[in-house]
Design a protein around this ligand. Sequence first.
Ligand code: 48F
Length: 231
Amino acid sequence: MDVAIAGGGPAGLTAAKYLSTAGKKVVLFERKLSVGGGMWGGGMAFPVIVVRNDSKHILEEVQISVKDEGNGYYSADSIEAVTKLCSSAIDAGARVFNMISVEDVLLKGKKVNGFVINWSAIEIAKLHVDPISIRANYCIDATGHVAEICNIVRRKVGSLNTPSGDLEKERSMCAEMGERTVVENTKEVYPGLVVAGMGANAVYGAPRMGPIFGGMLLSGKRAAELILKKL
Ligand code: 48F
């Protein structure tokens, strides 16, 4: 593959959409039965998400209706947002697999070179079944707060491209700051591995956010742009 993505939340789906639209061969693995991650639940399970005017174009590009709430804030239906974002990625050519967990990475020299994957059901049941691997020129960690793939790489190689070399601690909620930093922190955290979405703030020690999702969308787009420059 050109790009393999771990996690089908807003950041992973947006990255898949832009990379596929640019003609890249993209695969996305989602552990759960459904993609969408934290986006389904909107804010406190009311199916509404909020974005700012800097990201609403990403929703509009895939025909998601947005409502002007004033002061530069817009709302959208979270169910419509997940479903249209995912179908736009698939329409553009991305292959999305649900119920598959990324459990490890392939390392070639000092570069992440693909994922080791297994069925989530096997993982959950703790069955002794060997996984398979897939090669990709670039990988994206879009696993959310847990930043699972960055944690795996950190354990394997000892040091990431962060100020301390380690994963920093995610900071407490500050939506305004988090919306900005999640885009700034979307980086190649180790050669071949870009971290996007909430994982980017978790890895670089920036704040979490509430039901504001524009930063996640912009982060997914930025991950795609970073990778497109390299491929
Ligand atoms: O958590 P998630 O929605 O990540 P995101 O795209 O967006 C974060 C927001 O939803 C929210 C927020 C908004 O302010 O803070 O939290 O950064 O989606 C991550 C997806 O990755 C899947 C997980 O099931 C979820 O759907 N996932 C996690 N680990 C793995 C995985 C794994 N090892 N393999 C495959 N999928």
